[in-house]
Design a protein around this ligand. Sequence first.
Ligand code: GLU
Length: 928
Amino acid sequence: MTFAGKSVLFVRVLMFSSCFGYHDAEVYRIGAILDKPDPRDHPAIKQAFYKAVSEINEEDPDYIFEALTREITVNNPFESVSATCQLLQEEVVGILGPFSEDNSNVVQSICDLKEIPHIEVRWDDYPLNGTVVNVHPYPDTLTRTYYDLIVAWGWEDFVILYENNESLQRVGELIKLFEPSKQRIVVRQLNSQEESEEGFRTVLKEVRKSGATHFVLDCSYEILEEVLRQAQQVGLMTDKHNFIITNLDLHTINLTPFKYSETNITGMRCVNPDKFISDELDPLAGYQLKLEEALIYDAVKMFAAAIKSVGRMVRPLPIDCYNFEDKLMSGTTIINFMRNMEYPGLTGPVKFDVRGFRTDFGLDIFELMEGGQTIVGNWNSTKRPRLNVSRIISKGNDLNDDIRNRTFKVMITLTEPYGMRVESLDPLYGNDQYEGFAVDLIKLLSDMRGFNYTFILREDKANGKFDNATGKWTGIIGDLIEETADLAICDLTITMEREAVVDFTVPFMMLGISILYQKPKKAPPSFFSFADPFAFEVWELLMVAWIGVSLILFVVGRISPGEWENPYPCIEEPEFLVNQLDFRNCLWFVTGSIMQQGSEIELKSFSTRMIAGMWWFFTLLMVSSYTANLAAFLTTEKPDPHFTNFKELVENAERKNIKLGAKRGGATESFFEDKWKADPTSDFGKAWPLIQKTRDVIKIPDNVDGVYHARQGYYAFFMEDKSIEYETQRKCDLNQVGGKLDEKGYGIAMRKNSTYRNSLSTAILKLQNSGKIDEIKRKWWEERKGGGQCSSDGDNSDATPLNLKGVEGVFWVTILGTILAFFLALLEAIIQVARKAMRTETSFIEALKEEVKFYFKFGKMEKQVLYPESSSKSPSAEEENQCQYGFVVNPQMSLETLESNNSLKSKRSRSKRSRSRRSRSRRSRSKK
Ligand code: GLU
């Protein structure tokens, strides 16, 4: 039996025993949300979760815990909402996980709202608010560990290899801890060349060629073993090489292939690998407990301890996500308890700071030696010194990378807004001639690091491309290689190819390729534009309501006695009654109301009037909503875009005669060319032939030309989104279509192995942290040179058809009012039948049966009247004739009613007279 099975069985047994009075135990449900498909070892994480719950139940039968799990897709907020809401409905008192960032954020915000304790088990340095704690070691404290190790090992020249944005964040924090003048740090991303089976080898070969021997490797568990294997293949695992690996699960991968290489591999772990959780996770059976499994185990145990401390105050209840009032009353108390507790877990003492981050923890430092992993020391955030290691530490080379007082030749281009000429009537010389974002950034860096600079201009704005014909790099990259310039700053994208020949600082701005296109023109109004104010579903329901209310009015009109009226007002006791509410009239009445016109049909009974009242209320609101929304539609430009995203553009470009282009020789053009080379059938690959087709006809040596052609129409210009943002702030006829196609950055380039790279990188990171870079970006994008012109533009296209949600209430009021009216009509009819039964001295049931039978004869709109014998009086022929000639007997009766009654009567009197006479004589016979 699995742990899940055992755990549930155990809980059931305990619940059963509690039913028989052994003890009165409350059941607390703990939910875990796990992401899929996820390379993380789900079975093991689940086992750890179930095992923790079952152990808690065994320890203390007074508190019973039940484990619930939900699996959701990675980074799928929609599924996160539904999984969380399901768990809340199932009365959970706390939620663990999930692991992916977007999912976790969603769960956190719901838990926060519902005051449900949320226990994060993932690397996350985002400030924690509300009812959340994170059992993962705090990122900043971990960064300290890496720093202490690097310092202890005496590294002064090393390469940081990182995997993705999350690891870049960690790396950024690490770099900030170093004094720029002491260490020389190179930062490289581990780009995987999946298509070419090169894997990470390209990057690894490059760093080997650069002569680097010390590496900090920050990557996920999933690729760690592969990266190490490929590093060994490219010759990065020799006795000269040193690695610090930041992944806390390093001890769980198979390091045997590397242990004889004499490479210094240092790792750290916060889980004792000999700790035993369950049979399935037994180290004797070869299982190595991973951090997340141990964390989830600790989290559950600690959470249960907190619940027990809070005691019976915790009352599990089903919580409705969409009901604002629903909350777990003691959720905040549980979290506060957890924040103040200390729990001895598998991952060491679990303790939180006031923000809910885990603090004060220790790590084992181990090295890979021939005998396997050997503990060489430990690191503890509370001890001084924090790091205790027993290894003999060698000092690295001292490199003098001080850049103070050096003078750099800084290459710029006149690419707005990075570099521009200052407009001035006075002649300007030297650096004063230029202004812009790049100029300001260099100034800030020079102030921080104390270097001098002279700008040199690259007139043709060529950033640089490898020329196969000459075997040389063109543009700025070529200039750096040939030492024409020391630094280059403009919209210079960091690419793999460029990084092989020059060095870049860390990115000062992140960006991605997107599409610049002419703003869609107003579409001609469609033939049925009058229907636009309501969504289709509302029109549908309106039709249903129109027919439905007519039908109900017809039925209620038949049932309601008040609608049956004397066709001859001058006759006090007519033989039959007529009803004006046949289906046609009902339809006409309802139509007249919705058109706000009326129909001359007067309703008489309370129930039919109630229906009419409801319907008028409904039509009043619907017509007002329609009119208001119609006005919005008439004044709104409804654009008609040629395409809404990249895929649509590539698929329809030829059919719609849209040309595609990018700056010649730029990183954007290379991006599409590389994608085409890797896979011509991919979406990106398909764009390259389309770009090539127009490349020689419409020449784009510069972004300015691309923007010009985009403004002419039918030209989609691929441009980097930060440049698009700049243009669309000023040229209101242009806009960005779709999102970013990739993710990269602009950096300051310099010759390979420049000693000042680290100094500039740390300065950039500091400027980013202090918000200075954002400030100069705002200045050049939004404030200067006509910025912000189009920001309020284009906001008038937000008229949307009114959907069902917007008018749902009106429909419900009408439905309920109509149902009420229906019941009123029934009541009226029952009273009428009862009176009739009394008068005719028949049984109530008989009279009711007769009445109901009549109701179902839908074609019959006149009804026989049975009079009590004593008072029965039939109209004489004389009386009938009087009516026929139109004596007004009821002064309140309108002329129209009278006319309609008279005409009705004249029509019917001929056919009915003989019948009424027959019935009169029948009655008089029976009286005798
Ligand atoms: N930033 C690009 C480069 O460095 C130029 C502009 C582009 O290709 O879109 O080559």
